[in-house]
Design a protein around this ligand. Sequence first.
Ligand code: X2W
Length: 323
Amino acid sequence: SFAIALVLLSLQATHGFVSSPRVSRPLTKVAAEEGSGDSFADAALQVSAVAGDLQGQIVVVKYGGNAMTSPELKAGFCQDVAALQKIGIKVVVVHGGGPQISKMLETVGVETRFEGGFRVSSTEVVDVAEMVLCGSVNKEISSTICSAGGRAIGISGRDDSLLKCTKQINEDGFDLGFVGQVETVNTKLLEQLLDAGICPVVSPIGTGIGEEKDIAYNVNADVAAGRIAGELGASRVLFLTDIAGVLNKDMELFPTLSVDDIKGLIADETITGGMIPKVSYATSAVQLGVGGAFITDGRVPHALIKQVLGGDMIGSGGTFVTL
Ligand code: X2W
């Protein structure tokens, strides 16, 4: 198909035919034991084997604000979503936009700060976050997927009560304001859109429950993506971020980590700072039944399609987290 041809052309252009060592990441399936020497045919066989396995499966992608830095990266990401959709993979995009919210808060003169990876969110802050995420960021992503030939609809966690939240209470009792803890996910809405061939593009603004049903909550996009993937029983969740993956103290990448490995690495302080929340959403998604979670560098052009269809076949990096 056109989509496979597109992938192959990009693989050809950037990597030639790379017969890197086979590793056991589930997305990597090598069709031909030995290459025939025809690089296009070999790559086509490899990609079609992976694409066949993934048809009809759900892949949730968290697209972080730091991975949206250039128009080229954004266009490449949206092209990838459209291409995966054409192959028959059900893609859900959950986007962030932290830097974009911070910029707007600065413009309008509202102070902002983070506590433990979460933005302290007054009513004013949530208003701006909703305006930025559900307005410009969300619509730009859904419309660019459409102009790349895909079908996408932008929604927020307040639409059809997609993300019902309660106020998140920090362990140390610190008041974060209107930061939402996701209580329920309206998976039916997402499944209906996916079954209709539409990619839901989700802004992480949630809705309150009961008497609080008209309150908007600011939800961390990693939290929203991990939870949506878990509730949907996705085969994969990908976190496109601004680092290569989980690194050790010598800045070398861990290609795979189990949930137990991660506990140990946090205990011995190999994993620190902003990586801790990220790995915790990845591990909780896996514990909720997601086949695997990738934490990968969204600043790499076409990171999404390379990771989903290429895996280690093309050495696209990232850390794969599994049970
Ligand atoms: C985030 C929502 C956006 C987000 C915020 O206000 O920045 C909380 O921290 P990135 O680009 O993925 O960081 N919400 C509660 O998560 O964006």
